[in-house]
Design a protein around this ligand. Structure first.
Ligand code: A3P
Length: 320
């Protein structure tokens, strides 16, 4: 297993044993370290990544809270960056899940005791992380690399996370059966890679301070207008679409290729298994609806949670 359980006891495990801990929705522990709640399968990798990763100026880092459109952003960015190598008809996305084309630092690359060899990867390297901006290795924040953050309406993100967690049958633990059961913790921000407000605020402020290095996107904006957001993404990455490409419909081709309906129905995403996260690829594709929270949260819960989010974001210029 890659969640650290079968790894030999070492320094990191010794450290983690002393972190404050709460129960995650899938029944596994969440650990609190330097302001962030880490899932059990992300804590080892997070610490190792923070300690060892060396960024290059050409790196592209995709950041998010889980369940905010990470899979989508991976597919889009991979396609934009590699559009001169692969046409949409022979894109690796057709046979490889987005999470294997753009790998997570903490839940994949750095989750084993052996460090990954990332030196030989050609530029631009594209990676992803759920870690908060403040806790990214100094090497990333201090380098020229580009960071793209995607966030989502906090209620939809919450509900998406709940359904995701419930799909797992972890050994020796039982997933929670309702959001109500843990709602007090939810309101304290005790969620995988939470608190939500600290994650979004860190990247939001960074995007205001360093707009050439940090791009802040919203899931709902991409849903509403994928074309202008793809253009924005390509420009930010220094790879703007040419007039010729626009005329030829390259933007439409990429948005079509990466669309929920297309990716969800690919054989690889229907039947494959994402080993690093211990999850079938299909768990990353559910409904992709804006406003789906209303099927799982009462108006009272929604109001209570949104009020907290609003208070935390007050004065930042960011709202949901
Ligand atoms: P729902 O659970 O609301 O359906 P992440 O990729 O960060 O884990 O987020 C998963 C959420 O994004 C899920 O939301 C999933 O259905 C949705 N999603 C996955 N692929 C998508 C795509 N290509 N376009 C839009 N939404 C997508």
């Amino acid at each position: 297993s890659s969640n650290g359980e079968n790894e030999p006891k070492d320094e990191i495990q010794g450290l983690v044993a002393n972190f404050p801990s709460e129960k995650n929705w899938d029944g596994t522990p969440l650990y609190f370290y330097k302001g962030v709640w880490y899932p059990v399968f992300g804590i080892r990798g997070a610490l190792s990544f923070q300690q060892h990763f060396i960024a290059r100026d050409t790196d592209i880092i995709l950041a998010s809270m889980p369940k905010s459109g990470t899979t989508w952003l991976k597919a889009l960015t991979f396609s934009v960056v590699n559009r001169h190598i692969y046409s949409p008809k022979d894109s690796p996305l057709l046979t490889t899940p987005p999470h294997e084309l753009v790998r997570f630092f903490e839940m994949d690359l750095y989750s084993k005791s052996q460090l990954p060899d990332l030196e030989h990867l050609p530029a631009p390297r594209i990676f992803s992380s759920h870690i908060h901006y403040e806790t990214l290795p100094q090497s990333i924040r201090g380098s020229g690399c580009k960071i793209v953050y995607i966030c989502r309406n906090p209620l939809d993100q919450l509900v998406s996370g709940f359904h995701f967690a419930r799909k797992f049958k972890r050994e020796n633990v039982n997933p929670l059966s309702s959001i109500d059961e843990s709602f007090d913790n939810v309101c304290l921000g005790i969620r995988s890679f939470g608190p939500f407000w600290d994650s979004v605020l860190g990247y939001w402020k960074a995007s205001l301070e360093r707009p050439d290095k940090v791009l802040f996107l919203k899931y709902e904006d991409l849903k509403e207008d994928i074309t202008s957001n793809l253009k924005k993404l390509a420009e930010f990455l220094g790879l703007p679409f040419s007039e010729k490409e626009e005329k030829e419909g390259v933007i439409e081709e990429i948005s079509e290729l990466c669309s929920f309906d297309n990716l969800k129905d690919l054989e690889v995403n229907k039947t494959g298994f994402f080993k690093s996260a211990g999850a079938p690829n299909s768990t990353y594709f559910r409904k992709a609806k804006v406003g789906d929270w209303c099927n799982d949260l009462s108006p009272f819960m929604a109001e209570r949670f949104l009020k907290i989010v609003e208070e935390k974001l007050a004065g930042s210029g960011l709202s949901f």
